[in-house]
Ligand binder design. Sequence first.
Ligand code: SF4
Length: 469
Amino acid sequence: MCGVFGIYDPPGDHDRDVARLTYFGLYALQHRGQESAGIAVSDGTRVMAMKDMGLVSQVFDEPRLSGLSGHMAIGHARYSTTGSTVWQNAQPIVRHSQHGAIALGHNGNLTNTSELRSELRERRVRLESTSDTEVIAALIAQHPSDDLADAVADTMADVEGAFAAVVLSERALAGFRDPDGIRPLVVGRLDDAWVLASESCALDLIGARLERELRPGELVVIDEQGARFRQAVDRNGGSLCIFEFIYFARPDSTMEGEALHDARRRMGARLAEEAPAEADVVIGVPDSGTPAAVGYAGRSGIPYGEGLVKNRYVGRTFIQPDQGLRDRGVKLKFNALRTVLEGRRVVVVDDTIVRGSTTRQLVQLLFEAGATEVHLRVSAPPIVSPCFYGIDMADQGQLIAAGRSIEEVRQRLGATSLSYLSLEGLTDATNRPAGSFCRACLTGEYPTEIPTDLRLSKLRFEAHPVEAG
Ligand code: SF4
């Protein structure tokens, strides 16, 4: 996943603390990545960056933030999909060139990285990390023009796959989106300042208003002359990742003009129509399954209850639990409320099942808390193909629904019954046409070409299905 943020505050009499605003922007985007966080600032003459492993609040404190001064900044919260979890892969990535330094933060995944890496190697460009983000940064930094807009536009034409990115040079801030618009990026205003963010909830937190979404293939460059938008590469229609609607993005964000909380409620309501159950209570898997559970309860007439309590402070723990706890890892995240569940037939609504190991433990937890039946309802269709666009969905062999019938999946999960929302039901609930979305992991139809080597690396069934994760 990953969250990106950028702000340009025209120098003037009311200078804003852009590093602090970026910190809060990242704080709102923390759900998109918890492995590392970083902020880069520029004061018009020099780019300075600070990044480290951990949550935004672990990486930054007052002294670190006050060391970052300038009138423009970018920030990044990372979840690793390409390249391992090491400091070198933390972002923003800084590259130096004959024109000065640039810093870049990227959400997405390129599909032609190996080709681009070899081209850069042939040009004797050194790469220090394994991330595809450094490839984008290197292409921009190596560009002969000192005009950031030209350098980014040409780079956008060279890279393939999913990218929503923010770039900072000494004099300008830029934001750009891939021609399919797979990953989101919004533009906002905070009085005369310009703000870029993965999601609108980051604008809300700092008091900025949503101007619009950056269009697929569009580039915006903001400097002392203002903001200039340009269609840098032809748009291929638009294929926003449908999982942004289902659960990645925060429910208080809007995308494609739709409030995501409302869309998720509609998914739950549709699920109740498509897959009714005889039950006493509907519960959601917090937090992301809650809106769909409320929608299911409303449409089915079965009372809604809170049967699971989430430990909100799990984050990314660096302390590995012992084997016993690991086997019951779900207990680190959830506890079941016996008073809601005991002696009841329960519908539990979740937004997705990837590998299934957590879901299986969750079903067991509900039975242990006294549920007499556990009817599992999923507000998305089965995930049957891997994602090549920046979502850590695992290899195809690890996907519980790939190559199995729903009944086989139900047996593995131990639920009384199992139903998924249909693809049509999901799309209807978004209120957007099917053509607005990437739904490749649900259909196996990818909006971009996937090179064979990449395809083969993930499209395989393992001899022994992996249960961990
Ligand atoms: S393959 Fe699935 S997870 Fe990946 S971008 Fe497309 S819809 Fe999203």
